[in-house]
Design a protein around this ligand. Sequence first.
Ligand SMILES: Cc1cc2nc3c(=O)[nH]c(=O)nc-3n(C[C@H](O)[C@H](O)[C@H](O)COP(=O)(O)OP(=O)(O)OC[C@H]3O[C@@H](n4cnc5c(N)ncnc54)[C@H](O)[C@@H]3O)c2cc1C
Length: 578
Amino acid sequence: MDPFLQDAPQASNRFRADATLRNTLERILPPEVFADASPLFDDMGEHALGEMRALAQHAETHPPVHVPIDAWGRRVDRIDVDPAWLQLVKIGQDAGLVAIPYEDEFGEHSRVVQFGVIDLWNPSSATAGCPLSMTDAAVRVLLNEDEDLAKAYVPKLTARANAWTSGQWMTEKEGGSDVGRTGTLAREAGDGWWTLHGTKWFTSATTADISLALARPEGAGEGSRALSLFLLELRNPDGTWNGIAVRRLKDKLGTKALPTAELDLDGTAARAIGGIGRGVPKVAPMLNITRIWAAIGSLSAIGGGLMLARDYANKREAFGRKLRDLPVHRRWIARIAAEYEAANVLGYRAALLLGQIEHASGDADLARVVIPLTKMAIARRSVWATSNLIESFGGAGYVEDTGLPRLLRDAHVNCIWEGTTSVMALDVLRALRAPGVPGAFLADVDAKRLGHGPHVSSRAAVRGRGMGARQERRRTHGDRGRALRGRAVDRRRAARRRRRDGRAGFRHQRRIAPWTSPSASGRSPRRSRPFKQRSGSSKSRSRSRPRWPTTRASGRWSPRRRSPTGNRKRRAATWPAS
Ligand SMILES: Cc1cc2nc3c(=O)[nH]c(=O)nc-3n(C[C@H](O)[C@H](O)[C@H](O)COP(=O)(O)OP(=O)(O)OC[C@H]3O[C@@H](n4cnc5c(N)ncnc54)[C@H](O)[C@@H]3O)c2cc1C
């Protein structure tokens, strides 16, 4: 008898195989844009399977190395990066991952098209998206703030061939969340030039050609208001560092192929972007972009992992059945699939909003809530999802040469960079205190409930886990699944599950996609419960209360804040005015 050999899970072209991604793009893009962009999506789906996959595997197993001193004792601070990783960056640039929104072929939908391609590129990229996201953000800042620097650098950064990349140096030892503590000094050197002096504690992609850096002009005072934003080239024309010494490369949990270094700046020649001052406000549009890159990166991790988990469930057997035929395993995958659907709605909603803002048709107030919320929710849920995904492979998910543990390690970084989860939450709260923002957000919530606006609501997001389970059964069982569903016993079970998941789904979608309606009829499942379930002991009453914020003064739940969209008259009195 032949020894047992397990077939490995196989990836396929995600644009064709991932119905969630495809349907989201199809729903959010006008038909003619979807038709024009489909070849781009399909090409990237294919590309990510072939050459890119091999390059990514090579890059992941050959992390960058810092060579401080050469063979003859000269200080060189060379960072040797695997050529496979550099090739992945180049493939991304050639495919227009940075260029698409600036070429503007798809108008206000350019961002959705760009992020669709990024989504398909990501799983085989060995986190080469990091320098590309910062490049994209740098272009936006230069276009917004400094015509001369934009003329000099934007064509290089947005080229498809031999393009440059940009870093983004904000974090220092004293603080990454609290950039007001930035210690790097900027000294005026005359003729519009400055020199920078200090330490940048996290600098990713030290392979970049230029970087944007926050620094404090000498004598400008304390705090974040005294900061300015500078542009520097990393290398002098002769190839030596521009006043930069590499302390060391970070030894990280994940993003192994990405060179992240600690750098000392001593006399680094730089120019102020848009003159001196307003450093932090100039960075804000940059964060809108990099945060969506982080959210879509998290989405890709779930989508890529889910595709492998489904394939494995079709191949692996336990207790005489395929994993796909084990109800508990099916439900395990279905829960992840439902989260993934909701995350798709949210991620591409944010991408559309960004594109609309760049074309002056979007609501910038709304973006102040939606973008940090999107980054926070999807990045956090992707850690949960990738943890569950690697478990769906059993022990194989924990073994390095399957490539699966990387999913979880790399998902984690998206929670941290561009601001941690708590920092995102505080950004949302801060935005909600600004005039106009709560009104814009609630109007968007109402519009989605009434079914207006871009049609991006997902039935799975609305109905939660139950829908995911049924979809999963259809996907994994094909005709047999349909036959099973026809049985009377199965119908009874499905009805029970619908009743149960209607409630679970509502809780679930409030967490992930707060503006989608709680049920197809627009009625809250909680409100439709029989009255007797809401009355009774004080314990059961407290459990039936909606979990809406407490009033700050009393610290107790207030019936007047029952829901952000219901009870309009009362809300007008208690919710911050728009
Ligand atoms: C792989 C990697 C690459 C990176 N690359 C770059 C890069 O290229 N450029 C760059 O500038 N940075 C980079 N960073 C840094 C990253 O942006 C910061 O680590 C991040 O912003 C957090 O800052 P910090 O590390 O100083 O943590 P801190 O700001 O010290 O935060 C520590 C903890 O305190 C919490 N916290 C902070 N403030 C508050 C608050 N007000 N209320 C509640 N909780 C709070 C945070 O949520 C966190 O849990 C990178 C990080 C990683 C991991």
